[in-house]
Design a protein around this ligand. Structure first.
Ligand code: ADP
Ligand code: MG
Length: 713
């Protein structure tokens, strides 16, 4: 058995455990060793039985004097009782629903137990303690600092402790140090062989902390190196140089019904300058919801076209792809361009030829056009384009709301040896530290202001008592000519992240659809029978979705009841009310995205956060919920909000990082700027001296698994 042995070869790991482990991303022995506890229970203090006191957590050691089990019929519960004695006294132990324990020990066995002392109807006793037979040479579950692992996927800490401890003695000695010797010294890091023990079975909390620090360093170092290597790889590639056509850009901006903001001007300048160079651009355009990123992207596409190259524009959802198609086509009217739209499911594609308006063509035709340079901008969803299309002369990839797109993925889109330039856009506010780690500061463009004239969106929490008043308000807005969104939450999974939701779009759960249908029935029949209420969810046919979005855009629908399909990017400037049902079920970043659907014109807009979840029977939101929703009321911009979110929830939820396989410890360290800077500097130095890591085989090995994980997506 070695570090890369698949876990199924481990004794005691059958198909069930294998499934559970795989869900945690654990495939090899090494992954198990790198599955770290998230906290420790301190059972190191063994007290004499006579000193055990009610209400205290303690660890006791003695001999089993008696053990028996019985079943209470009325409550259908089994109770196992034992008596444990040492030289100072004896105490009763009670376990519920673990009848097998009767056979686990017999009278006279030495036993170590840890748990809480209670005094209740069972008398003075130790309640459901963790236990361990004393004939094991060294204690694993009691009598020490005991590791507690996340138990989300049905793997008990007890099971993990057993397996990991076994691996620590048998396989862990084969672990090689991935951190270069001089860095270990310079940063006083604990060496791997010691650290792997101390992180699982620490001798003290201080040592556990030192071990954790060391592994954070290791993960962040690996990540920084990986990113720098990707970067170097990219820098060696060629891209098409696209001369900046200033008069063309001026003509474009002159045609706009508004003036670009300073942020938009600066960002487009940076992008257009990048495009002039013969090496591939990698730029992230960050701008809060509504800051006008689409226009900036469109300028880049126009310039690419003039230079003779194609652009592909990838959106996270179908609805958004269609919207982009409309917006971009409109913006590029008069520039003699062919723009295609590729969407899923119904295999119909539309191409806009300047004079012909929209014509539908088959998928084959569209792909043929793409490969023969007959389409200048192709718009579609990420997945569809990635899987299906090849371009003849692709010069630029624009990604809306997706963060990682490796060199290989870029290369796959073309038939050329050149790599297309990449412009990645996001409204997810990525904290500076994170952006630095992921992109390096050179490649970040920021639009930090909204177009002038936008008013602050008024955000309010709506309790059930205020619901009618809110409906009356919505009615008034509609009478003024405005429109409203009503969002229904997904009921079954409260803590979904924005990225998960996106991954899930088009595959929406029926529960959510049901919630939307109910809300729609209520609003259209009872509350607003005289208004036009529409309904939108992912399960509708594409044509139907399209029709509804069109009706909403052209004001044939006043109120749109929808699932999270409209979360990202949807742009209906006339809508001024966003009412979010079950607001407590959404994450802050998500709520901010929803709110960003309104306030896209100079009308005063409103966001109502309705919370009457079962979690708050009194009708008042719980304190923590309140804290989150309040943050939304006080923070207008996504960056402040991201920081608040970081405070309230801790890091770990940004931009789908977990999805692309970022290790937990690296995630947890993302708000540790000094550590990020340290590892980044170290990574640079290592690569300068030894670009292919010849001197560091263990580090190279580590990167390999990192690379695999990220490209598995
Ligand atoms: P996002 O950055 O969220 O993708 P969009 O690109 O969808 O934002 O733009 C939001 C809205 O603002 C659109 O209706 C767009 O036409 C409008 N817009 C963009 N730039 C400006 C500007 N400089 N002044 C006024 N409105 C603008
Ligand atoms: Mg957008």
């Amino acid at each position: 058995m070695n570090l890369s042995t698949p876990i199924e070869e481990l004794r005691g790991v059958g198909p069930v455990y294998r499934g559970k482990l795989k869900r945690l991303g654990i495939k090899q022995i090494k992954d198990l060793l790198y599955h770290f506890p998230h906290r420790y229970e301190d059972f190191s203090n063994i007290v004499p039985i006579a000193q055990a006191k009610t209400g205290e957590n303690c660890c006791l050691r003695g001999k089993v004097l008696d053990i028996s089990s019985n079943r209470t019929w009325r409550k259908r519960m089994s109770i196992t009782e034992a008596v444990l004695g040492d030289e100072t006294g004896a105490i009763k132990i009670v376990w519920f629903n673990q009848p097998y324990l009767v056979n686990a020990f017999k009278k006279g066995d030495g036993l170590c137990v840890a748990g809480k002392i209670l005094s209740d109807k069972h008398g003075f006793h130790l309640s459901s303690p963790v236990y361990e037979k004393m004939n094991e040479q060294e204690l694993t579950h009691t009598g020490r600092l005991v590791p507690i692992y996340e138990e989300t996927s049905g793997l008990s800490s007890r099971w993990l402790r057993g397996v990991i401890k076994y691996l620590l003695t048998t396989v862990a000695p084969q672990l090689e140090e991935p951190i270069p010797e001089q860095l270990l010294k310079e940063h006083r890091l604990m060496p791997i062989k010691k650290a792997i023990w101390q992180i699982h079975f620490p001798d003290s909390l201080a040592l556990a902390e030192k071990a954790r620090e060391r592994f954070s360093f290791e993960e962040l170092l690996a990540m920084s190196i990986w990113i720098l290597m990707e970067r170097n790889k990219l820098d060696q590639k060629k891209a098409f140089a696209m001369p900046l056509n200033v008069p063309l850009m001026q003509r474009f901006t002159g045609n706009l019904p508004f003036k670009l903001t300073d942020g938009q001007k600066k960002a487009s300048w940076q992008i257009l300058k990048d495009l002039e160079r013969p090496s591939p651009m990698s730029r992230l355009l960050e701008g809060d919801v509504g800051s006008g990123k689409t226009v900036v992207a469109t300028m880049a596409a126009l310039n690419a076209f003039k230079a003779g190259y194609q652009t592909v524009f990838m959106a996270p959802t179908e609805i958004l792809a269609k919207q982009h198609f409309k917006t971009v086509s409109k913006l590029l009217e008069g520039f003699k361009m062919d723009i295609g739209l590729l969407t899923g499911k119904e295999d119909k594609f539309t191409s806009r030829n300047l004079k012909n308006d929209f014509i539908e063509i088959s998928r084959e035709k569209l792909m043929e056009k793409a490969v023969n340079n007959k389409i200048h901008v192709l718009i579609g969803t990420h997945t569809l384009i990635q899987d299906k299309v090849k371009f003849g002369n692709l010069g630029l990839v624009i990604l809306d709301e997706q963060h990682r797109f490796g060199v290989e993925q870029r290369a796959k889109l073309t038939r050329q040896t050149t790599i297309p330039h990449l412009l990645s856009m996001t409204a997810t506010p990525i904290p500076r530290t994170l952006a630095l780690t992921l992109y390096g500061d050179l490649d970040l463009s920021l639009i930090s202001e909204l177009p002038v004239g936008r008013k602050k969106i008024i955000t309010k929490i709506v309790t059930p008592a205020e619901r009618q008043k809110t409906y009356a308000f919505i009615r008034k807005e509609i009478k003024k000519g405005r429109q409203a969104f009503v969002i229904c939450p997904r009921i079954e999974k409260p803590d979904l992240k924005i990225s998960d939701i996106r991954a899930d779009i088009g595959n929406q759960n029926m529960t959510e659809v049901k919630a939307v249908k109910e809300e729609y029935e209520k609003l259209s029949k009872k509350v607003f029978p005289d208004l036009h209420v529409g309904m939108l969810h992912g399960k509708l046919a594409m044509k139907e979705k399209e029709r509804i979005m069109r009706d909403f855009r052209y004001k044939k629908i006043d109120i749109l009841v929808s699932t999270s399909v409209v979360e990202v990017g949807v742009d209906i400037p006339n809508a001024t009310v966003m009412m979010i049902e079950g607001a407590d079920r959404f994450g802050l970043a998500q709520l901010h995205q929803f709110r960003g659907r309104v306030g896209r014109s100079n009308w005063q807009s409103y966001c109502f956060l309705s919370t009457d979840s079962p979690a708050s029977p009194a009708g008042r939101p719980s304190r923590k919920t309140h804290q989150r929703l309040k943050a939304l009321m006080t923070c207008e911009n996504g960056f402040d909000l991201a920081e608040k979110d970081l405070e309230i929830r801790g890091p770990g939820d940004f931009s789908g990082l977990r999805q692309w396989g970022m290790p937990d410890l690296a995630m947890a360290s993302l708000n540790n700027l000094p550590l990020i800077e340290k590892t980044r500097t170290a990574a640079k130095k290592i690569l300068e001296e030894d670009p292919s890591l010849k001197k560091y085989p263990a580090l190279r090995e580590k990167l390999k698994s990192f690379h695999q994980k990220i490209h598995l997506e």
